[in-house]
Design a protein around this ligand. Structure first.
Ligand code: COA
Length: 166
């Protein structure tokens, strides 16, 4: 199967929701706990795209989205942090392990540098070892544990803070 990575387009939103909401609804992988509506995802993508990067991986055969990577400025108000961006990645359950996350990341790094970013951080649930392995495989290093960082189903969970200098 062939995939293309490109900027997210408004027309991608329905097919992104098709794979993103099952990931969210599983409540196992993300700090996001409620399924997104079309308007919420559209606004999020628009907001990210103002100073960051929203990339979508689509199948070459039918242009349907199978992965998204959002990279947004870490602090919009603090100039001393304007070189730092936070990244998040979601790949459809049925297309994981095919190199899509890595392909998105290669493009994200290229554009991040063009936009003046020199450091990316990822914050990952501590009970998501696959995502931690994914980011480590891209060159991120674990720099700390954010204790009791999220509250899901009345249980506090730690998150892992990772960084990479690009
Ligand atoms: C984590 C996720 C983004 C990885 O995307 P992907 O397209 O499946 O990853 P890739 O195929 O590009 O894998 C790249 C490398 O990451 C590592 N990796 C990816 N998935 C892995 C897994 N399940 N277990 C261990 N290592 C893994 C491997 O080193 C892999 O390289 P290899 O295939 O040569 O061994 C994807 O599985 C996903 O969307 N998971 C659910 C949502 C999530 O957890 N997102 C992260 C929240 S920030």
């Amino acid at each position: 199967m062939k995939f293309i990575v490109r900027n997210t387009d408004a027309k991608d939103v329905p097919s992104i929701l098709d794979f993103l909401n099952p990931i969210i609804e599983s409540r196992k992988y993300s700090a996001i706990t409620d399924p997104l509506e079309t308007i919420e995802l559209s606004e999020w993508i628009d907001e990210v795209s103002k100073s960051g990067i929203s990339l979508t991986a689509v199948k070459k055969s039918d242009d349907k989205a199978v992965g998204i990577q959002l990279t947004e400025r870490f602090s919009k108000y603090n100039d001393s942090l304007k070189h730092v961006a936070e990244i998040g990645t979601f790949v459809s359950f049925s297309h994981q392990g095919l190199g899509i996350g890595k392909k998105l990341f290669d493009e994200t790094v290229k554009i991040s540098k063009q936009l003046g970013y020199s450091k990316l951080i990822a914050i990952i649930r501590s009970d998501n070892p696959d995502a931690i392995s994914f980011y480590k495989s891209l060159g991120f290093r674990i720099v700390g544990v954010l204790k009791k960082h999220i509250l899901i189903d009345k249980e506090y969970l730690d998150e892992i803070l990772c960084e990479i200098l690009i």
